[in-house]
Design a protein around this ligand. Structure first.
Ligand code: G6P
Length: 366
């Protein structure tokens, strides 16, 4: 069936708003809602592997980076994140005790597919988190782990990204249980937190007007800096990518702790700095970074939750207040804020939101 925009102005806007529903659908695929456990993957024995190699491109790669933090924390299993185009050409050292995990919305991205074939040739087990169920990667991987986002038409990925995060969280929990790194209570807590994500995302969508106002101001600048730590570092990168892709504003993301190693030289009066920082164990660190940029006149746009807001004593220009949610759901919820900022910045600038210049939805040739 041909996808329809319905009452929305762009597919991207529609796809942002579909997230509560498609995240719920994806979670339901993996969770036993009565026992509050993740259904085991019959085909993967996580004890058999020493490491997970995660390979992808673009937005899928940022989902993979979040998963890297999760898998190390929840399963105590080493992860290596790879950009497919680098991985495939450098004759990487891999082992049969690596589980090779690919992430792709389309299942057709040339570099990711080539990386998968390379791993297959080397005898590795290959798994793919994939949205297009009948794609080449879904067919060729040993194990296909679906995201149920439905067709994504907007070139800038939104709902596919949050569904990838949902599926990847399921992998982390499964690995954690299989390796005895988490107990049944912890699993239940994680699953319960994730099952609330669709509702949390709906609440996050309620701050759209605020995001729209802030987006309007972003378009007055030539450049925007995004900062985050831990799981929010890939979110900052995804935020900068979204903004570049569709609004054509220059944006750059840094791990907050790296600021002092260079990018702080860029901070000048009124430079917008989007700080993605729901409250967590790294909060104090992120706040001191925020202090440094604010002291140099940057316009801090803080994406946080109520605990972060209460703990923040740095001068900030604007706040996007996210609903309180479980830590495991928080990157999924924070994604909504950065999507809305980019979307509305693009609408202000009058760009072709669904088909930005020079970009393709899936890059099937090099
Ligand atoms: C293109 C798209 C991105 C996407 C990337 C990877 O660059 O514009 O939105 O993240 O390809 O695509 P895939 O289909 O492999 O997830």
């Amino acid at each position: 069936a041909l996808a329809e925009k319905g009452n929305y102005r762009h597919f991207m806007e529609k796809e942002i708003h579909e997230q509560p529903e498609v995240i719920a659908r994806t979670l339901t695929h993996y969770v036993d809602p009565f026992r509050l456990v993740v259904r085991p993957f019959e085909s993967i024995d996580f004890k058999q592997y020493d490491r997970i190699l995660i390979v992808a491109c673009g937005t899928a790669g940022y989902a993979g980076q979040v998963a890297g933090y999760w898998i190390e924390q929840i399963a105590g299993m080493p992860v290596r994140n790879e950009v497919a185009s680098e991985f495939r050409y450098r004759d990487p050292a891999v082992s049969k005790r690596d589980l090779a995990l690919f992430i792709s919305q389309s299942g057709e991205t040339a570099d990711t597919l080539a990386a998968m074939r390379f791993c297959k040739d080397r005898g590795l087990t290959t798994a793919v988190v994939v949205n297009a169920a009948h794609s080449t990667m879904a067919r060729e991987a040993d194990i296909a782990l679906p995201t149920l986002a439905g067709p994504e038409i907007g070139v800038a990925s939104t709902k596919a990204f949050t569904c990838q995060l949902a599926a990847l969280a399921m992998i982390a929990i499964n690995a954690g249980r299989a390796r005895g790194h988490i107990d049944a209570n912890r699993e239940k807590e994680l699953v319960t937190g994730l099952l609330e994500a669709p509702r949390d995302v709906s609440k996050a969508l309620e701050m759209e007007d605020e995001a729209k106002r802030i987006a309007g101001e972003l378009t007055q600048s030539r450049s925007v800096l995004y900062l985050g730590r831990g799981v929010y570092y890939p979110l900052a990168q995804e935020g900068a990518l979204k903004l570049k892709e569709i609004s054509y504003l220059h944006a750059e993301a840094y791990a907050a702790g790296e600021l002092k190693h260079g990018p702080i030289a860029l901070i000048e009066e009124n430079l917008p700095v989007v700080v993605v920082a729901p409250h967590d164990h790294l909060w104090d660190k992120t706040m001191s970074t925020m202090q440094e940029v604010a002291a140099r006149g940057a316009r801090v746009i803080l994406v946080t939750d109520s605990a972060g807001l209460a703990a923040c004593d740095v001068k900030r220009e604007d706040v996007i207040l996210l609903p309180d949610c479980a830590p495991i759901a928080s990157p999924i919820v924070a994604a909504v804020a950065i999507q809305l900022l980019a979307y509305h910045a693009a609408v202000y600038k009058g760009t072709d939101v669904d088909q930005p210049r020079n970009l393709a939805k899936s890059v099937t040739v090099e």
